[in-house]
Structures are given as C-alpha cells and as structure tokens.
Design a protein around this ligand. Structure first.
Ligand SMILES: Nc1ncnc2c1ncn2[C@@H]1O[C@H](COP(=O)(O)OP(=O)(O)OP(=O)(O)O)[C@@H](O)[C@H]1O
Ligand SMILES: CC(C)(CO)[C@@H](O)C(=O)NCCC(=O)O
Length: 318
C-alpha cells in the first residue's frame, strides 16, 4: 500500500474524523485495521491513476529525475516537458503493470506480468532460505549466474551463434545448467541462485516492456516500482534486455523516486479533490511510503535524496 504523508484532520464535534489518502491493494486490505487501531479512515485513490500522476509530476517537476544505466554508468536524461508523451511506464511491484501514458490523466494499462518483484522475493526466499529482501539482493550482488544459467556457448561448444545474433555468453536457458548434472539445490551457492533469479526476472520484464513499446510505437520506457531500489545489477539487466531486443534502438530509463510514484500520486489527489479546503502552511518532505519503515536501503535512498535534491510539499490541514 502507498500512503501519503499528509494527514487531514477535520475538527467537527459531530463528525470528528482523520483521514489519509491511500492507494494500491493495501488501501482496501488494511482499511478496517487503520480505522480500528488508529481511528484513521483511508481515502482510496485508484492505483493506476496515482502511478501516472506521480510519474508525470516527477518527470516534469524534478530536474534529473530520469536516467539511463548501462555498465554501471548513470546518465541523467533531460526531459523536454513539451515532448514527454507518449511514454511507457513500467511499474515493478509484486506484479508488473505496463501503462501507456498519453498525458495528464490520459493513460491505458496495456500489459502486465505476474512475474515481478514478488516472484523474485518469493522464489528467492524458498530457494535460498534468506530472511529478507535486502539479504536476497545482497546475495545476488555476490553471485555468478553462469553457474546455473545455460549459455549459448554451453550449447554451441563455446561458439557464438552469430547468424541469429547470439553471442556465446548470452543466456540460452535460465537455470538450464541445473539439469545437466545430479546436483541438488544444496549443492549451489545461494548467491548464484539469487543472481540467476534476478537476471531471469529482470530480463523478462525488460523484454516484455520493449515489445509493448514496439507495439504502440513508444520511444521512451520509464521503469519504476519498489522492486528496483536503485540496485545496479537489476537496472543493468533491464537495460541490457531493452538494448538487446531493440537492437540498440531503445533505452531503458529509470526514475530516481522509483518506489514512490503511487504515494506521490495519492498525495497529489488532495489537490484534485479538496481544493476548496486547501490551506498550505506546513512543509514536509516527500516521498513517504508505508513499506519503507525499517528498510536500510530505503533509509539510504532517503539520505541520497536529502543530500541531493529533496522536494518540499505542502500538507493541507483543514
Ligand atoms: N524491503 C523490502 N521488503 C520486501 N520487498 C521489497 C523490499 N524492497 C523491495 N522489495 C520489492 O518490492 C516488491 C513489492 O513492491 P511494492 O510494494 O511496490 O508492490 P505491491 O504494492 O505489493 O505490488 P503491486 O504493485 O503489484 O500491487 C517486493 O515484491 C520486492 O520485490
Ligand atoms: C494486480 C496489480 C495491478 C496490483 O498492483 C499488480 O500486481 C499487477 O499488475 N500484476 C500483474 C498482473 C498481470 O497483468 O498479469
């Protein structure tokens, strides 16, 4: 669930209630809990609406919001506000949504895949027995995918298959090497398992995203969602997939505030819905996402944001 940081409080003896905007499935799932434990009502905003509103805002308002990432190099992209649309927004949370954005409030969810962040975390937890997402990510950083992935060279005796554009080091079959011997799961290092899993999922998302961009003739693909978390190998793999499938024509772009699009969109809906009640006198820093609580990478992200360019937003208090 994404919540925004503005708590509205209505002082009215007959109707005393506090509410916050929330979006995503959690806004439905935890609605009763918030009411019961905290006396707070969740005002539900549509998830796709919020994602798009958040992304459009960031791409227009924040300098250096979007960047490309290849071979460990981050390169910021200058966005011309008059030439932003259309673009493909790929949000990688538990599942993956692909949204064609044509303007403010103008969008269509054109595709998606259930093989997303939840798959990496879920399968990874089962296969490596690690206890946290960060641990799994850290494992993948130290792993080598060649141990489990079957490469083109494994099939072609160390040769490239140049006629169809496949180098000997391209993955022919994710996890395919596991069939060629009598190894059990315990014979593999969790680091290598995690690396292959991350590569398989990121590659797949990059490929589906590119195919959808091709389907609608979209030049730009922006990747967001809490799955990415600024992780270099994840971004590198997605970039390589887009580069590979587009034959270098398209580039994957990432967003600095990738995990907060929905929360930001929900926050901005105060303006859409309660303009009359607007009183702008308190400043807070955004983004705020409910899932960030004790997360070390997330704290790092917040530190990065604070060090570089923090955004000031107003909380509306009626
Ligand atoms: N600290 C963390 N703990 C758990 N998952 C994390 C963490 N950091 C990043 N993730 C990744 O983020 C994913 C969840 O992202 P997010 O919270 O945006 O999704 P969601 O809202 O549950 O899903 P959806 O967008 O499909 O509704 C997890 O599946 C995992 O891959
Ligand atoms: C169901 C949602 C939209 C919830 O955020 C997301 O998890 C998702 O896009 N899943 C992929 C579903 C699919 O299109 O196959």
């Amino acid at each position: 669930m994404k919540v925004n940081s503005g708590l509205q409080h209505q002082e009215n003896p007959t109707n005393d209630r506090s509410f916050i905007k929330a979006t995503g499935g959690g806004a439905y799932k935890f609605s009763d809990l918030f009411k019961e434990k905290l006396g707070i009502s969740l005002e539900k905003e549509d998830e796709m609406d919020c994602l798009v509103t958040g992304a459009n805002f960031l791409l227009k308002a924040v300098n250096h919001e979007a960047f490309t990432y290849l071979n460990g190099q981050k390169e910021f992209v200058q966005i011309d506000h008059n030439d932003l649309y259309p673009y493909l927004l790929v949000n990688i949370g538990s599942g993956v949504s692909m949204v064609k954005v044509d303007g403010d409030g103008k969008f269509e969810r054109v595709s998606g895949t259930s093989v997303g962040g939840g798959t990496f975390w879920g399968l990874g937890k089962l296969l490596t027995k690690c206890q946290s997402f960060d641990e799994l990510l850290e494992l993948s950083r130290r792993g080598n995918n060649r141990v489990l992935d079957m490469l083109v060279g494994d099939i072609y005796g160390g040769m490239d298959y140049s006629k169809i554009g496949l180098s000997s080091t391209a993955i022919a079959s994710s996890f395919g090497r596991a069939i060629s011997n009598n190894n059990e799961l315990d014979d593999y290092k969790p680091e290598d398992v995690s690396r292959s899993l991350l590569r398989m999922i990121s590659n797949n998302i990059g490929q589906i995203a590119y195919l959808n961009a091709l389907r609608f003739g979209l030049k730009r693909i922006f990747f967001g969602g809490f799955f990415i978390r600024g992780h270099s190998y994840t971004m590198d793999t997605i970039s390589v997939a887009v580069h590979f499938w587009s034959k270098g024509e398209a580039k994957a772009m990432f967003l600095r505030h990738e995990g907060f699009l929905g929360a930001l969109g929900a926050f901005m809906s105060y303006e859409r819905h309660s303009l009359d009640d607007l009183m702008t006198n308190q400043s807070v820093q955004i983004p705020v996402d409910a899932s960030c609580g004790t997360d070390t990478n997330c704290n790092q992200l917040e530190r990065d944001l604070n060090e570089t360019e923090s955004m000031q937003c107003s909380v509306y208090q009626a």
